[in-house]
Design a protein around this ligand. Sequence first.
Ligand code: SD4
Length: 313
Amino acid sequence: MQRRTFLKQTTALTALSTVQINAQTVDFPIVLSTWKNEKANDAAWESLKKTGRALDAVEAGARIPEADPNDTSVGYGGFPDRDGIVTLDACIMDEKGNAGSVTFLQNIMHPISVARAVMEKTPHVMLSGEGALQFALSQGFKKENLLTEKAKKAWEEWKKTSKYEPKINIERHDTIGLLALGNKGEISGACTTSGLAFKMHGRVGDSPVIGAAVFCDDEVGGACATGLGEFVLKTLGSFLIVELMRNGKNPQQACEEAIMRIVKRYNYKEFQIGYLALNKKGEYGAYSIQSGFSYTLTEKGVTKVFEAKSYMK
Ligand code: SD4
């Protein structure tokens, strides 16, 4: 595997006017994902070993929770909307600025791969609903029932106790957003979700929106988001983070500033947002409104889960 090393040099004059050089090595590839997604990161890493490309890695990673019936926020097994229908959102962006997305897609297990096909095989960025489904079928994706017994039961329980209102859940999130630097140090990102559990039929969140859930710019780095999408949409969080990094903030500072934009304007105590950022040097950051946001990092083939810092302690 090709590995490159950046040397970050800081110089300081001592009293004797000698120059001291601190060298910090930064390696890539690197994979970063929201929440506890070790299997996804491992799949992304395996993909990097094969093709070396960040785009392939983020797609391979996203496909893991999409096919996992126990992940109730993504793909197969995802909780349905309030009418009992599983609807999926996903997007993907590469280092060249290409992007693809699907929204309100039904009955397709791997929306992230459909989003990639939108990017690579159409002149468009976003396909929605029935049109996205038709396109997926034309590309050889198969129609499947994605509502598992477990998800159906949860929906039936919810219907008994709720007033048929979509309820925002602060705690339970596991939508996956991924960022990777490939073997050439190039950045790509992806996000895939079944969205908020028991949302209104037709609701689309941030996850398929380039600039909201994912943004990458190969001059700077990338960012991705999880949590209550409405607030990521209203502040275009991932685009904001990349622009803040472009203007000199490190990834951690950029995530914190993007969370502060939400905290200053909205009733932040009632929902969760988590951001991840990765710059071209391989430096990364993570920050959320509520405590409990975790992220998964793979470096040098080792995958670990970390707790992110948060605004609320
Ligand atoms: C949405 N952002 O549909 C997604 C939900 C999410 O972890 O991230 N859940 O609003």
